[in-house]
Design a protein around this ligand. Sequence first.
Ligand code: C5P
Length: 297
Amino acid sequence: MSVTVRVPAKVNVQLAVGAARPDGYHDLANVFLAVGLYDEVTVTPAESLTVTCTGPDAGQVPLDRTNLAARAAELLADRYGIDPAVHIHIAKDIPVAGGMAGGSADGAGALLACDALWSTGASRQELLDICAELGSDVPFSLVGGAALGTGRGERLTELPVGGAFHWVFAVADGGLSTPAVYREFDRLNEGAHVPEPVASPLLLDALRTGDPGALAAALVNDLQPAALSLRPSLADTLAAGTDAGALAALVSGSGPTTAFLAKDDDAAQQIAEALLASGTCRTARVALAPAPGATVL
Ligand code: C5P
């Protein structure tokens, strides 16, 4: 018997970053929006814990115990005294190391799939706690929709969304390391006063009303200067999407994927074509938001 879970990517529509904490993490006001690009994680009983991955970027995915999907299976098994003898297969469609929480999605997906396979009876809160232990973005991959993450991003408050938003994602060549982008954020802000991160009321309103123009005006990513500093060519990608009619353009999370908000589906298709033709990205993907969280198929 196998269990398959489908789990979405995310874009941060607001990523407000505070000063580095003593533990090295940063307090955030992190407004997550789940988008309709998905990985599928399938778990099957096996002799021992193994991971395989297929998809266009599968070669970049670690298949050892550092993979968040493997760690999720181990953590859940540990907690319930189960032998984590499963084969985990990841059908990967979310860009790898792209700032779209693809690794976090696989962690949340494997956790939900193993939970169903082993019938642990874990509560939703227990699953969320394990997600938070796996990584700051993992709880959101389980929940989906839209949510405000505080603390290091793992404490979630679900947010209402009043409509569908049309997005285009430009996938860059190669990834960016999230810790490296946060370190660059610290370097760029050295000696400066970094304000406490707070959620923008205008942005929360724009989500609630489903108004793409209002959301475009409120999008903000405090990690964008750091991502651009490490990867200056991303400015060309942002400009190409804006020239093609995007309502707004920003780096997705820690990058290097860039995100473009479009007024409707036609505009999104046009922006995607223009981005591809510009030669400033490897591929461009159109996706709708919000998307549901991790779901057993
Ligand atoms: O929590 P996670 O393992 O996904 O975080 C990866 C890295 O990103 C951390 O090691 C840290 O360098 C950085 N980070 C941070 N502040 C956060 C979340 C992540 O500095 N709120």
